[in-house]
Ligand binder design. Structure first.
Ligand code: NZQ
Ligand code: ZN
Length: 391
């Protein structure tokens, strides 16, 4: 099944980036829009510094209720009320947020005349809010505008801030949002404004279930690997930083396997998560992200956990491409897993996934529907193909 707008996008991408060229470092302009407040107890000061005085009506957005159990909700309400803000709640943002949920949030923001949105949660809440911010100021259908017509929204979005309670995606420090359109059966990346500020308090992640901590951290590892396996293929500073982020992520995940509550490891992982997706690793590079394309479609059909879907797919994808980039795989193996050889690097990654207790087979993924060969055929046929990987 070919999805017409996907096909158009694919052709466009292939034209833009000739495959055989020996890629030089890509041109870039670097600036960073998100102020980051990192550490225990930084929330009150961060909001004091960042909430615009003129913003009177704040939309407090969150997920299924974890923030009510771990005290973050009360803390926030107290600060917002003391600052004289009128608070409207937008609750129930689900994992793998849907375009329908975006519309619900945008309608609420319009009706209430919201002038600031505070997203409190993991990647799902932050991503949903990124598009709510833009959808609330326009009557246009943003999915149609971005995914079919490939245009960016023209109106300035409602400003957004993020309080991170689950790390891994790095969504708090970038301008992309991954949204599931249930009608089109596509989970796709939409463009959005990055949050103006992000609060990263590792304490807020301490109530996360163990498996979510590890799945999130694996997502971070995946982001660094997907960036590293893009191009240019020549050594450059972004590759070195990516390898350091991978190494640190693996080391700290191993610390958590011994003690899931290790605060320093949680802190390091919160920062590697942001580092992997704040654009710094991508400077001068065209990224791969084919494994993410596959996982996103798997998510569109099954609603599986993002990090866990990646854990299943990565070793299979890397076995498929290992011969196309043997030196790069070998270097990753040496730096991250202390093994020699390209195939040994992929084996070490697969062994690490098992060591973490993450799923290794599609059948182990928690899915809202049964994962059948027919369903996987549909997933495969609708995956966005990018021309940037080693093969
Ligand atoms: O909804 P609540 O009750 O808050 O529970 C959530 C949810 O069930 C729970 N949780 C969050 N903080 C918690 C907590 N539970 C206890 N204590 C806390 N402190 O964790 C569960 C998962 O949350 P979710 O936000 O769905 O996870 P994650 O941060 O992994 O985000 C996944 C989404 O981000 C997208 C993924 O595709 C997926 O849709 N991504 C976004 C990216 C981006 N914008 O840059 C990049 C990524 O590659 C990724 O695609
Ligand atoms: Zn990811």
């Amino acid at each position: 099944r070919i999805i017409p707008h996907r096909e158009k996008k694919r052709k466009m991408l292939f034209q833009d980036i000739p495959r055989k060229e020996n890629h030089p470092m890509k041109d870039f302009t670097y600036s960073y829009p998100t102020h980051v407040y990192f550490g225990k107890g930084v929330l009150a000061n961060a909001l004091k510094a960042e909430l615009p005085v003129e913003a009177k009506k704040v939309l407090l957005a969150y997920g299924g209720g974890s923030i009510k159990k771990n005290g973050v909700y009360e803390e926030l309400l107290e600060i917002l009320k003391a600052a004289g803000k009128k608070v409207t709640e937008f609750a129930g943002i689900m994992s793998n947020p849907t375009y329908a949920k975006v519309q619900e949030g945008a309608k609420l923001a319009k009706e209430e005349g919201i002038d600031f949105i505070l997203a409190v949660g993991g990647g799902s809440v932050i991503d949903c809010c990124k598009i709510v911010c833009a959808q609330a100021v326009t009557g246009e259908d943003l999915w149609e505008l971005e995914m079919v017509r490939h245009k960016a929204p023209s109106k300035a979005p409602i400003p957004l801030g993020a309080v991170v309670t689950a790390s891994g995606t790095g969504a708090e420090m970038n301008g992309g949002a991954v949204i599931t359109n249930e009608d089109a059966k596509i989970k796709g990346g939409m463009f959005a404004a990055a949050p103006r500020f992000a609060v990263l308090d590792p304490d807020y992640t301490m109530s996360l279930p163990r498996m979510q901590v590890l799945s999130g951290a694996f997502d971070t590892l995946s982001h660094a690997m997907e960036t590293y396996f893009g191009r240019s293929d020549r050594d450059n500073v972004s590759d070195e930083v990516a390898l350091a982020v991978m190494h640190s992520t693996v080391v700290n995940m191993r610390t958590l396997l011994k003690d899931i509550n290790d605060y320093t490891a949680r802190s390091n992982l919160m920062w590697t998560s942001a580092m992997a997706e704040n654009g710094i690793l991508k400077v001068g590079r065209v990224t791969d992200f084919e494994c993410h394309q596959m996982e996103h479609q798997l998510g569109a059909y099954t609603d599986c956990n993002h990090g866990q879907g990646l854990a299943v797919l990565h070793p299979a994808y890397y076995r498929h491409i290992v011969k196309d980039a043997p030196e790069k795989f070998a270097r990753l193996g040496r730096v991250v897993f202390e093994v020699e050889g390209a195939e040994a690097a992929v084996d070490a990654l697969a062994a690490f996934i098992r060591e973490c207790g993450l799923p290794t087979r599609l059948g182990q993924l928690k899915s809202k529907v049964e994962i059948t060969p027919e369903l996987l055929r549909q997933v495969a046929d609708s995956v966005n193909l990018l021309p940037n990987g080693p093969r």
